[in-house]
Design a protein around this ligand. Structure first.
Ligand SMILES: NC(=O)c1ccc[n+]([C@@H]2O[C@H](COP(=O)([O-])OP(=O)(O)OC[C@H]3O[C@@H](n4cnc5c(N)ncnc54)[C@H](O)[C@@H]3O)[C@@H](O)[C@H]2O)c1
Length: 386
């Protein structure tokens, strides 16, 4: 079965060459004449247009560019290339599978590619052509090697046969294979993959800035933390979603370090956002506590912390509304018995930025029984992640 690669740049070339080496018949398509000449010069079958007239069925990989314009993708080249595929489908008697390998917003394969192809081809998705998402994870600097030895292949398609055929196509390359029943999940995986990598790099850049201010060697610190922090070495840690971090340490230590960094003159926008994001989920968990989980949570241990200061970091108030029926500061701080949920407020002025910080929702992790099913023994029972 022939493979067409539409958009033969970094990803298209690595994809096409890799599939060619695995014994497939591959045709490269690109609108840039110099790209076509270059590929032809390498002895590859490269063309300026997609011609499906003589093809019964094929895989058509869309490896078109999706640059950003501000905070959205510029899909002009992607749409033009997809339209071209639709027009080629119109005059083909075959039933082809269009595979989106470009990085796109979740929902693009179903919401944009499918309708565009239907419009241009006059065919119906599912009958006249099939659709899949198969995002690319390679890195530009090692594109060919990454394609040949992928550590992960992701396929998303509603069609079981398409899933199987794509799995067969990529089987010779090895690595993990994840198959999803809808393209959108596969597209989301690719976005989350890139965002996670970007966030981790920026986190360490932020830590670098503080370490540098203190004349510490970040290399040794990062090397150690990459082996000490569960989030670095345990794939499941922190990935549950829908629940804040909690426990004794994470809420107070994030707040305290934000103030410490401000004290040495370093702003930490990522850490601030981490705290803000978490506080939103704390609020959400509280609402659940007051409703569905009311019986499980001992309301008597919840402290409204009336009279305490809120948390105001650059205008964001992190302090939760006091819970009904509780008023005093009796439970404030760390008591020694029972489950303690306190609003331990550590107001402190931090450097010239005037950051005030505080912690709330502190529970003693060792007093909360673990789920028997938690394989890592890390999941708390109070709805938080630690
Ligand atoms: N470069 C990477 O490291 C990398 C890694 C993973 C995913 N991706 C994603 O893969 C996609 C492609 O990226 P890339 O780096 O290969 O881009 P690229 O710019 O290197 O290549 C895109 C190619 O598409 C061609 N093209 C543009 N319009 C066309 C059209 N209408 N018809 C046919 N060809 C057309 C261009 O001439 C160019 O050769 C993007 O969505 C990108 O985000 C890139």
């Amino acid at each position: 079965m022939r493979i067409f690669v539409v958009g033969s740049g970094v990803v298209g070339t690595a994809t096409g060459k890799g599939l060619l080496e695995a014994g497939n018949q591959v045709t490269f398509v690109d609108v840039a004449p110099e790209r076509v000449s270059l590929l032809q010069g390498l002895g590859l079958d490269a063309r300026a247009e997609l011609d499906l007239r003589a093809e019964r069925d094929s895989f058509i990989f869309l490896t078109l560019p999706t640059p950003n314009v501000g905070s959205r993708y510029d899909l002009s080249a992607f749409v033009a290339g997809t339209r071209g595929v639709g027009q080629a489908l119109r005059v083909s008697g075959g039933r082809h599978t269009v595979v989106v390998r470009s990085t796109v917003d979740p929902g693009t394969t179903d919401g944009l590619v499918g309708p565009l192809l239907e419009q241009e081809s006059g065919l119906r998705q599912g009958d006249g052509f099939l659709l899949a998402s198969n995002p690319e994870f390679l890195r530009a600097a090692s594109a060919a090697e990454d394609f040949r030895w992928p550590w992960m292949t992701v396929i998303g398609s509603r069609n079981r046969r398409v899933q199987e055929r794509l799995a067969e196509l990529f089987a010779p390359f090895g690595g993990s294979l994840r198959i999803f029943d809808d393209p959108m999940t596969a597209e989301f995986v690719k976005c989350a993959h890139n965002l996670f990598n970007a966030t981790k790099i920026s986190f360490w850049n932020e830590m670098y800035t503080v370490a540098d201010r203190l004349r510490l060697d970040l290399g040794a610190i990062a090397d150690t933390v990459s082996r000490s922090a569960e989030a670095s070495f345990n794939p499941a840690y922190g990935t549950r979603g829908g629940a804040p971090y909690g426990g004794v340490c994470l809420p107070k230590d994030t707040m305290a370090f934000l103030g410490f960094a401000a004290g040495v003159g370093v702003d930490m926008p990522i850490l601030r956002s981490v705290i803000e994001t978490n506080s939103r989920f704390v609020d959400r968990t509280d609402r659940t506590d007051q409703g569905d989980l009311g019986d499980r949570v001992d309301r008597g241990d919840l402290d409204g912390s009336e009279g305490t200061d809120g948390i105001d970091v650059d205008g964001v108030d992190y302090f939760r509304e006091p819970l009904p029926g509780r008023s005093g500061a009796a439970d404030r701080g760390l008591g020694s018995t029972g489950r303690r949920t306190g609003a331990a407020v550590l107001a402190a002025e931090a450097g010239e930025r005037g950051v005030r910080w505080s912690t709330n929702e502190i529970r003693a992790a060792d007093e909360i029984p673990r789920h028997a099913t938690d394989p890592f023994g890390l999941e708390p029972t109070d709805g938080t992640q630690r």
